[in-house]
Every structure is written in C-alpha cells, then in structure tokens.
Design a protein around this ligand. Structure first.
Ligand code: SF4
Length: 430
C-alpha cells in the first residue's frame, strides 16, 4: 500500500490519535530525504549535531549531498493539507525515504510521494552555536541542544564499553557512529572533561534563555574510564554543574541501572531525573538485544534497581527508556503487532502501576547497528497502537506528565524522537 494511503488508513482506524503523530512516527521510522534547494535553506539554521547516535538511515558515506553537515537537527511541521498543529520531529536522514523536504521559493514543504503534507519550519541557531571553547573545540561538540532548544545534551563519553557482537546492544550504533564522525572530520570529543562542560555551560548561561534541562549521558563503563568506575565517572558532571549553577536547569542522567547506594549518590549530587534505560520488555528479547546489560547486570536485577531508584528519586522521577520498534525487528522479534503490543503493554503496566512512567525513543534502524542493517523498522501500525497503549495506561494510573520534557500535548510538546509527549493531554485539559 502506498505510504500516504497507509497513514490515512490508520488515521481512519484510530481517530482518537491526531494525524500529526501518525506522520511523526512514520517520519521517525522511515527517515526523510532533502532536496538540494531545501538543504541550501537549512544550512542557515541549526544543524544536526550528532548528539549521541547517528539517528540516520544511511551512513555518512551514502550521503551524496553532504546532508550530514547541512541538514537541521529538527523540523517543526505546521499547517498544510492536514492542517497540522505544530509538531517537532527529529531529522533522520534517508535519501530514499518517500518523505522529502523540498523548497518552494525558499518556503520548505514536507512531501510524501510527491504529495504536500505540511509546512516545515526550522530553528535558528542559538548565538552560542557559533562559539568555541578556549581550546578551540566548538560548543556544538561539547553541549548541543535538542528538543527545540529545551534540552542541553551532554554526551560526556561518546563510546560504550559494551563492545562487539556479544555485548553491544544490537540496535545501537554509538561506537560505529563515533568512528564515522571522526573519519568525516567532525570534531567529536570521545571523553569530555568536567572543565570543558563547565566552560560550555558558562557561555550558554550567559546568552541563552531557551534551555531548561540538561542530560548527562554516554556509553556504559564496565571496567574503568580514566581510572574511574561508572558512577565515579558520571557523578562528577552533575556534581560540578550543580555546584556552579545550582538548579539552573533540570538535571537528568542517563546511565545503566546502578545499585541503590550509587543511585543515591546521583540524587545527592542534585540530579532530579534518572533514566536507567530498559530498552525492551520481553525477557528473551532483552537478553538477545541487550546482551551486555543482560550479562553484566541481568534483567531481574535491572528491574529491581529501577524499583530501588524509585524509592530514592520518587517514582515519577525515574523514567526508563524503551526503544519502540525493536521488539518487531530481525529474526528474533515478534512477527505480529498484537503480540508486540501485548508484551510492551505488560512492561508499561508493570512500571506504571508502581508510579514509574517509561518513555520511548522510536527506533531508527541505523545501518551501522546490527539490528538496523536491513533498515526495516516496525510497521507503522505498531507505533500507532503503542502510543495509544501508553496514553491509555498513563491515564489508567492517573500519572503526571513526565517531568523534564516541557509541556505535554499536541502543539506544545518538544520531544522530537517519539510522540509520547504529543499524545498526553495538555495541562489545561487535565
Ligand atoms: S549500553 Fe547499549 S544502548 Fe547504551 S550505549 Fe552501550 S551499546 Fe548503546
């Protein structure tokens, strides 16, 4: 079935979901192409910083128009044939996607198989994007922003010590992406020092009023990094940031599920939100797709530590990420949408009934990851039904909107790599 017809069919079948989020999920799972003219326009706006993974559906070597240095971080879709309310979508490059952004006399338009869908707005580069640190590193390497400027994304370790087929998560291209970015000549610091982070934040704090939160994250540390254990390495960043800028931003950390005493250290350092990313609920899939996590920590212990963390932070401040779609990928995934939805819904129920609200990143089948090599994501119907399951479970347990993501609701949400914030009610309608 042609792509537009698929979207329209699902919009008819699930009229309780805004059509904007059906397009958004489709864009996230298929990626988008850019015409040469549109790239010329986009190059004057805030560009893709490759804040952690590639989040592209082709490697840089397959980008004939230099899209990796010219395409924007995100687009805001508005108006058009479907009268879109504003919806922000992360740009995942795919030159053969049926979605293409084109320029019409400088005005950008999103088309699907040649049919105009919505107008495309871009975010201006913040003033600090032109700045460098004293050591010459661009601030876009050290402290880029995503979510339309809301979130400072501090990937302080751009590699992961889960390495190779037996350990690396099969959907993840962190190590391969690091290599391709360096090869392409992008300044891409593998381990950022505390001093570099503070210097970048000084510049941002002096010039910016858009950013409201920061995330400290990076790959897992299974042995030592610069002589430090995982907790010793990661806790030093929020400690230093909160000492220098107490509560200026909402503080978030994405690291593995750590023992309770180590989680307490994050909390004591001033971290407000903890993301011990769970990735996929099904037991077999967790063990297959997250082999390193399963081997070093184990599924049962991972779950127990999430529950322990909820006692330290409060359940609404523990937000494990699920990579939406990997449960239907490759030879090991569920073959039927019903089964995949039932499995992830069981996980949502498990956590939400305890006051913990997971969140999603819609899977981007990155060809540099094992699971993304065939570039086939989950069916759009899966993503649509997952959002409904999330929204309905969230309502069933009367949970608050997840903190640290800005306003929920269509037209308000800024989270760009999944529509989970777009489908929650706007605060004024609660
Ligand atoms: S733990 Fe898994 S998902 Fe996280 S960076 Fe390492 S390989 Fe990637």
């Amino acid at each position: 079935m042609p792509a537009l017809e698929q979207v329209e069919c699902l919009a008819q079948s699930y009229p309780d979901l805004p059509v904007e989020v059906i397009f958004k999920e489709d864009l996230l799972r298929r990626g988008m192409a850019w015409s040469g003219d549109a790239l010329e326009v986009a190059a004057n706006y805030k560009r893709k910083a490759y804040f952690i993974f590639s989040f592209d559906m082709v490697p840089i070597s397959g980008m004939d128009q230099g899209e990796n240095t010219r395409a924007p971080e995100e687009v805001r879709l508005t108006g058009g044939a479907f009268d879109f309310k504003p919806v922000i979508v992360s740009v995942r490059l795919n030159p053969v996607s049926p979605y293409c952004v084109e320029s019409d006399d400088g005005a950008l338009v999103l088309k699907l198989d040649g049919h105009p869908i919505a107008g495309v707005e871009l975010q201006h580069s913040p003033a600090y994007y032109a700045r460098t640190l004293a050591n010459g590193k661009p601030i876009t390497d050290i402290a880029p922003t995503i979510e339309w400027g809301y979130l400072l994304y501090l990937t302080v370790f751009r590699l992961c010590q889960y390495f190779g087929a037996q350990e690396e998560c099969r959907f993840c291209d962190i190590n391969e992406n690091y290599r391709q970015q360096r090869k392409a000549g992008r300044p891409y610091t593998s381990v950022k020092s505390v001093e570099e982070i503070l210097e970048a934040l000084e510049i941002i704090a002096a010039t910016d009023s858009e950013s409201k939160a920061y995330t400290v994250t990076g790959g897992s540390i299974t042995s030592k990094l610069e002589g430090k254990s995982e907790i010793d390495f990661y806790v030093q960043y929020p400690e230093a940031i909160e000492k220098r800028f107490p509560r200026k931003w909402i503080s978030k950390v994405v690291v593995q599920a750590l023992p309770r005493d180590e989680v307490q250290r994050l909390h004591d350092a001033g971290v407000q939100i903890y993301h011990p990313n769970y990735e996929v609920w099904d037991k077999n899939l967790f063990e297959t797709l997250c082999a390193g996590k399963a081997r070093y920590i184990g599924r049962e212990q991972w779950i127990r530590r999430i529950l322990d963390a909820a006692e330290v932070f409060g359940p609404e401040h523990v937000i494990p990420n699920f990579v939406a779609g990997i449960e239907m990928a490759g030879p090991t995934g569920f073959a039927a949408v019903d089964e995949a939805i039932a499995s992830t819904s069981e996980g949502l129920d498990f956590f939400m009934s305890r006051g913990i609200s997971p969140r999603f990143t819609t899977w981007c089948p990155e060809p540099l990851s094992v699971l993304g090599r065939d570039r086939r994501g989950a069916p759009l119907e899966y993503h649509v039904r997952l959002l409904r399951a999330y929204r309905d479970m969230h309502a069933k347990y009367s949970l608050p909107a997840p903190p640290g993501y800005g306003n929920p609701g269509l037209g308000q949400a800024v989270f760009s790599v999944s529509s989970f914030m777009d489908v929650l009610p706007h605060p004024s309608s609660c």
